[in-house]
Design a protein around this ligand. Sequence first.
Ligand SMILES: NC(=O)c1ccc[n+]([C@@H]2O[C@H](COP(=O)([O-])OP(=O)(O)OC[C@H]3O[C@@H](n4cnc5c(N)ncnc54)[C@H](O)[C@@H]3O)[C@@H](O)[C@H]2O)c1
Length: 407
Amino acid sequence: MKTTSSSSAVGVWLIGAYGDIATTLMVGTHAITQSLASTNGLITSVAPFTELPLVELSQLRFGGCDIRDTRLVLSAEEVYRRSRTYSREILDAVCPALEHAQSDIATRTDFTWNPQQASSADTGPTLAERVDGMRQLLREFKTRHRLSHVVVVNLASAEPLAQPHASTHSLTGLEQLIQSNAKQHLSPSDCQAYAALAEGCPYLNFTPSRGGELGGLQELALRNRIPFGGNDGKTGETLVKTALAPMFAYRHLQVLSWEGVNLLGNNDGATLSHPENRTAKIANKGNVLHKILGYPVHSGVTINYVPSLGDWKTAWDLIHFSGFLDAPMTMQFTWQGCDSILAAPLVLDMIRLADFALRRGEAGPMRHLACFFKNPIGVEEHSFYRQFQMLLAYAQHHLGKRNTVTE
Ligand SMILES: NC(=O)c1ccc[n+]([C@@H]2O[C@H](COP(=O)([O-])OP(=O)(O)OC[C@H]3O[C@@H](n4cnc5c(N)ncnc54)[C@H](O)[C@@H]3O)[C@@H](O)[C@H]2O)c1
């Protein structure tokens, strides 16, 4: 992999560090750098991205936080035992590296609350104290390892939506809400995004939670000249949906209904089995069709928790459409994939691209990362093919080449 980036290590701060994706991401990075696995699935390992001076995987230094108290090696064992996401050989080989990273993972039970059950009068640490706590962790991590900078990635469980509040649209209003301990209006991901951007860290939100979506956070990112990206990684059913839906549009086939059933067996599936946690995810999965096809489609998305499937998810989609002479036809697809194996390389790609964007002095939403997200901030384009062209155009621009991609 050709990279000629900064010589010092780049920090990666994983929020939800003991989760399946974060664990697989760390296991995978060490497996690749120890030549135990290929770079399959990483788009930054193929042209034209290999020509960009991206940070080497071996230069990434992992740290992070979780609300659970365990150890990285134990979460890696758990992922292996439950789902066989990677081989025993890989796990044994990377265990020393995971042990090495352990001292950079903090358990912080105060980093979570349910905005739907909170009030400003709640006891316990205030929002301002929690934000300060997160900022301090980031500063210590950076200093401890003399990191040039730190990319923060939200890989925490999906969270319930906070009650909207007009003050979140501006930075001043957002900071007032933090100071007044307005837990019902601010979710953990809002405050963690604030802490990251305030510390000058690029921020990526892979979850369906709000992350960097608030106007006040975007103002902060622009003020501090920080790039950010989100929301909700596009790894499975929605990836196929946004690759397939343009075909119906191009051929002027009228989509009548598009029904999707998702069966998830991992912790994410358990979290999403609670209606309050899955509201944003269902909206993200459903909204893409209208935007690609240009007309409203009868579209149902369900997410069912099936524990025995572990990390191996199944999606079944039925597309009912009409063609010439209004003849009705049906297409169905079944997608079976390993959740963390699909997600981890996307996160690694984005970490490398976010680090690159920061070093190039870019700030605000990284629109070129739209192809990685179900609900890309600042982008209305949902066709996977067109989104990928945006990413290629970005790379070509930085390589000083004319965009040679054709439809
Ligand atoms: N796997 C995919 O294909 C995919 C696709 C899109 C989005 N996502 C999202 O990525 C996220 C991570 O997925 P996963 O499968 O690793 O989930 P997971 O449940 O295995 O891991 C989440 C981790 O976050 C921790 N956590 C919860 N709240 C926290 C908080 N406020 N601060 C710090 N840590 C917290 C949990 O203790 C857990 O260890 C989820 O939000 C999921 O919806 C996953």
